[in-house]
Design a protein around this ligand. Structure first.
Ligand SMILES: [Cu+2]
Length: 402
């Protein structure tokens, strides 16, 4: 792979970008939950990837080479090598006439280069077989027409047209390049601006032949070439580039925002956790340190599980007696196996824990000593008209604070 950087300063800018990208990842990893760090990481990676792609496109589309280069002519002086670049115009009579004319010149060597017409979408998905086959067929037909042994060779390239020309120079030192295209932005053919790009990039005489179906070839004047160049600029460096830049920028802003959120969440994290654990208002003032040290007491809610004096089974907590130290919060882990919430409510002790279905941990905190009756305030034990809600050992019991 070629380097995506055009200059050292660009590489440096990219490095700064990478560092700026790493910052939110590190922040998120250090301060937030693991998933946030992963999310930020993916975001930053995406943003960097977009930036690399953007630079690669920039390089391809605006080859800002200050020095034009071309392969040196080696071999006899009289030899004349011509690179003819064509694809959709390969079947045109006008192109054959020109190729035959050139091939007949003394010392002439021709290379017909057919860059496959692969759309950007096809390049991404890898669906390049059809355009490649198409180019091969056209090239074979064209070579058949000029006849083998006439000093004309052919080559199909999978690369983008401009790169295909550069690649061809590696093995074929051309003295002249002929670019044959359709007249206007081709319907899937070689773009008419290709000639201008090759001219800008390589120090080789470039002739642009515009061949419209069934007509003779013409060479566009400077005005027309300038128009093609503007079409190229409009098609490439305009909106697409701005959109990419905006997306890359947005990615980084999003990553920074997420890490800021992580930072803020971290600040409030423990408080939030406490509030979530406790359904009692008093619990909000519990210090995180004392909560962390608190022991855990388990109880399980099982509907229709405990035999009552009436011979029926009633909803019940497996443990209904709780002993706490005044001012020392107790963690209560309640496994509510029912599909509805139940509660541990002791109005006198200011306790009101709503136990949601599933296993959750709540905070039981009592601020004054005493033996407090608690009961479930959420209608249950419906088979017995709520009997369990008023009977200790079922959906009721005592909290003893000392
Ligand atoms: Cu209940």
């Amino acid at each position: 792979m070629r380097s995506p950087f055009q200059s050292e300063s660009e590489a440096f800018r990219f490095l700064v970008l990478v560092m700026l990208g790493l910052l939110p990842i590190v922040l998120a990893a250090a301060l937030g939950p693991a998933w946030l760090a992963v999310a930020v990481f993916v975001f930053v990676l995406g943003a960097l990837w977009m930036r690399v792609m953007q630079m690669r496109m920039h390089r391809r589309r605006n080859p800002e080479v200050s020095l034009k280069s071309a392969p040196p002519h080696r071999g006899p002086r009289a030899e004349r090598r011509v690179l003819v670049v064509a694809n959709d115009t390969l079947g045109e009579q006008a192109l054959h006439l020109e190729v035959e004319r050139l091939a007949a010149l003394p010392g002439a060597h021709l290379l017909l280069l057919a860059p496959a017409l692969i759309s950007r979408g096809a390049r991404v998905t890898g669906a390049v077989d059809r355009p490649l086959d198409e180019a091969r067929e056209r090239l074979a037909a064209a070579l058949d027409r000029v006849g083998r042994g006439s000093g004309v060779a052919g080559e199909v390239s999978e690369a983008e047209p401009l790169e295909a020309v550069e690649d061809a120079f590696a093995t074929f030192a051309a003295d002249e390049v002929i670019i044959a295209t359709g007249g206007e932005r081709a319907r899937g053919g070689l773009e008419p601006w290709l000639a201008g790009l090759v001219r800008e990039r390589f120090a080789v005489p470039v002739r642009h032949l515009v061949i419209e179906s069934g007509r003779s070839a013409r060479e566009p004047d400077e005005l027309a070439e300038a128009r093609y160049r503007r079409q190229f600029d409009r098609a490439h460096s305009g909106n697409g580039k701005i959109a990419l830049e905006a997306i890359a920028g947005l990615g980084i802003v999003a990553a920074l925002t997420m890490s800021a959120v992580a930072l803020v969440n971290r600040g409030h994290g423990t408080e939030t956790a406490t509030a979530a654990l406790s359904s009692g208002e008093a619990a909000a003032s519990i210090s995180p340190a004392s909560l962390a040290a608190a022991k855990v007491v388990d109880t399980t809610i099982i509907p229709e599980s405990k035999l009552g004096p009436d011979g029926k089974k009633h909803d019940a907590y497996t443990k209904t007696e709780f002993a706490v130290k005044v001012g020392q919060p107790l963690k209560l882990r309640i496994d509510n196996t029912d599909n509805q919430p139940h509660s541990i409510t002791a109005p006198e002790a200011q306790v009101d824990i709503i136990a949601m279905p599933g296993v959750h941990t709540y905070v039981l905190d009592v601020t004054k000593p005493g033996k407090f009756l608690w009961f479930c305030v959420l209608p249950c034990d419906s088979n017995s008209k709520g009997w369990a809600m008023k009977h200790q050992g079922y959906m009721s019991g005592y909290i003893t604070a000392t």
